[in-house]
Write a protein that binds this ligand. Structure first.
Ligand SMILES: Cc1cc2nc3c(=O)[nH]c(=O)nc-3n(C[C@H](O)[C@H](O)[C@H](O)COP(=O)(O)O)c2cc1C
Length: 402
């Protein structure tokens, strides 16, 4: 059977109506308690109208005291009601899309100006608090509580965030030489992931609730995940692929493959004209994961492809646009679903337009970096190219900076 972007996909006991995923995109627009505001509702309303296969909620912090964004959405008891209303508002428009909450602890990427910067291992910066085993125990419980809140708020599942250098990414990497149970050997570095997964499964206890995780396959830093030692730089698949097998064996229903650490190696996470072939690297990582596990695999970094107006090179001129490459990768079994981040801000109706053959109406992402600058500057995040509100927000952030 030929598979296309419009082919539904079974994930666990549920089904995504098509193969296009709205990746998690932090938009920093919550209120002081981490609850959704009108801006949050507006953003997700537009996404709901877009007919996504999976609609992933941006990184929700399980620990408000250590967070990366001043106005980050939270997922603690006090946020249950607001998140529930947000889910309801989406379902009222689209009851087929799978709603997945990304749950995260920012670890060392927490922002010290309004929260506490913490790390699982000594980073060399004496100002950074090193988490004790008791602290990690508490964070484990925060993740379990967050998963239960996601379930009660009506989400279809969670994405346990292990990508992009936040707490879980820090624990996994070979540079985590922490003494004791959570550092050093691969078994120790993955222990927190294993124990937290078990705590989440116990807290939710419903086989229909989808469990997923987003992983940076290769971080691109010395001693980062995807290398073989604390001072190694050469890329090595052994640990990432072993982790993928563990994820499947632990009962996860899907894996979202990403790479890099946006605050350190942004070109790996989000390819641009400076490094377009990064798109191909993402495709190759996903293919390796597909060769290793049977559960559905989501690919990242597809925004750059657009309608073929990109700087990717071909040996023989053909087609290098989103639809062609996404469908080819799905058809060949290199990936099951394709995710877009920046493109979902540029045009929240992206899948609907593709599925209805209206690609000429798509507002393609300009890869201008405006959304990332807004996030870095703690502004409200949206598309600063097409949307005048966010264009003004970007001007304000730049003025403040200068
Ligand atoms: C403004 C902004 C916010 C982001 N927020 C998140 C997030 O909450 N969680 C996450 O896993 N990745 C996040 N990312 C990364 C994207 O999900 C995605 O991996 C990246 O943009 C590359 O995909 P793309 O080329 O389709 O944009 C963010 C990226 C940007 C630019």
């Amino acid at each position: 059977m030929s598979v296309s972007l419009s082919t539904p996909l079974k994930i666990g006991n549920k089904a995504a109506p098509n193969r296009i995923v709205a990746q998690p995109m932090e938009c920093n627009n919550a209120d002081a308690d981490g609850n959704p505001t009108d801006l949050t509702f507006e953003r997700y309303r537009r996404l709901a109208e877009g007919e996504w296969g999976i609609l992933t909620f941006e990184a929700l912090t399980v620990a408000y005291e250590s967070r990366a964004r001043k106005n980050q959405l939270g997922i603690a008891e006090k946020n249950r009601e607001g998140l529930g209303k947000l889910v309801e508002s989406i379902r009222a428009i689209d009851d087929e899309t799978l709603i997945i909450f990304q749950i995260n602890h920012s670890g060392n990427i927490s922002n010290g100006t309004f929260s506490r910067v913490v790390s699982p291992y000594p980073t060399g910066d004496p100002g950074v608090y090193v988490l004790t085993d008791d602290d990690l125990e508490e964070i484990k419980e925060q993740f379990a509580t967050a998963a239960r809140i996601a379930y009660e708020a009506g989400a279809d599942g969670i994405d346990f965030k292990m990508c992009h250098g936040y707490l879980l990414g820090q624990l996994l990497r070979p540079a985590n030489t922490r003494e004791g149970r959570y550092g050093g050997s691969f078994e120790n570095r993955t222990r927190f992931f294993v124990e937290t997964t078990q705590a989440i499964q116990k807290a939710v206890n419903d086989p229909d609730f989808l469990l997923g995780t987003r992983v940076s396959f290769y971080e691109g830093i010395i001693g980062g995940f995807g290398t073989t030692g604390p001072d190694e730089v050469a890329e090595d698949d052994t640990e990432p692929l072993t982790l993928m097998r563990m994820i499947e064996e632990m009962g996860y229903h899907f894996i979202n493959v990403s790479a890099g650490i946006p605050v350190m190696t942004p070109q790996i996470t989000r390819p641009t004209n400076h490094c377009p072939e990064g798109v191909f690297r993402h495709m190759a990582w996903t293919k390796k994961v597909k060769e290793t596990v049977k559960i559905p695999v989501i690919g990242s970094a597809y925004s750059y492809l657009r309608n073929g107006a990109n700087d990717l090179k071909e040996a023989v001129t053909g087609r290098k646009d989103f639809v062609t490459l996404a469908e080819r990768n799905i058809e060949r079994g290199y990936v099951d679903m394709v995710g877009v981040g920046r493109q979902s801000l540029a045009d929240p109706f992206f899948p609907r337009k593709i599925l209805n053959g209206k690609t000429d109406e798509i507002r393609y992402c300009k890869i201008c970096g405006g959304c990332a600058s807004l996030l870095r500057g703690q502004g409200k995040v949206g598309c600063a190219f097409y949307d005048s509100f966010y264009k003004e927000e970007l001007k304000r952030i730049r003025k403040k900076k200068s």
